[in-house]
Unconditional design. Structure first.
Length: 196
């Protein structure tokens, strides 16, 4: 089984800032990654509705890190469990656990990838098209791929679909092979293939 991947809203940075918000689904899992700052909550809720998902259907929310531009709209999902680098939270229950290797389903799991902040978490999803990595290890089209992600050899051993947070898809986004530099591979977390 594989997960489905939908970008609910694409992030940007400049005079204003918004996070890319992603929906991952597999079986009973309906997960939103980084429901942070957006110009209007409809930027999250309308795409969800178009996909047939109500806020109360969301089972899990993952925070890549605790900056408000990635967490501000978490309360939109009243039934969700919330995942970060060291625990899972729901209602008034706080369960300690490391994020590293935590599986939300067979095809969706968390990795500890400190970089942008010491508590960064990347969400990995195996989709029909390859791996999708929701990460904040790089956040501009010309950023470098952080060493924390390179250390997870499983992610570079096969096709990886990268997806990103504060900028749109680079105009020159295309398939790269690993002979290219890390700077060329810093494709801001979008649908560009990195072949292993």
């Amino acid at each position: 089984m594989t997960a489905s991947f939908d970008v609910l809203t694409a992030g940007y940075v400049g005079d204003r800032v918004a996070s890319t918000v992603v929906l991952l689904r597999e079986g009973d899992l309906v997960a939103v990654v980084d429901p942070g700052m957006v110009a209007d909550r409809s930027r999250i809720l309308d795409p969800l509705a178009a996909l047939g998902v109500a806020p109360s259907d969301v089972t899990d929310v993952v925070f890549s890190h605790h900056h408000p531009d990635h967490t501000l709209n978490a309360a939109l999902f009243p039934r969700a469990r919330f995942h970060d680098h060291w625990a899972v939270y729901q209602d008034d229950v706080w369960d300690d656990r490391p994020a590293e290797g935590t599986h939300l389903t067979e095809s969706v799991w968390l990795l500890e990838t400190p970089g942008h902040s010491p508590q960064d978490v990347s969400t990995v999803a195996r989709t029909a098209d390859g791996l999708v990595v929701c990460t904040h290890l790089w956040w501009t089209a010309d950023g470098e791929l952080a060493s924390a992600l390179r250390e997870h050899a499983a992610l570079v051993a096969e096709e990886v679909l990268a997806s990103g947070y504060h900028e749109g898809i680079p105009e020159d986004a295309k398939t790269h092979d690993r002979a290219h530099s890390d700077a060329e591979l810093g494709l801001n977390f979008w649908l560009s293939r990195v072949r292993g």
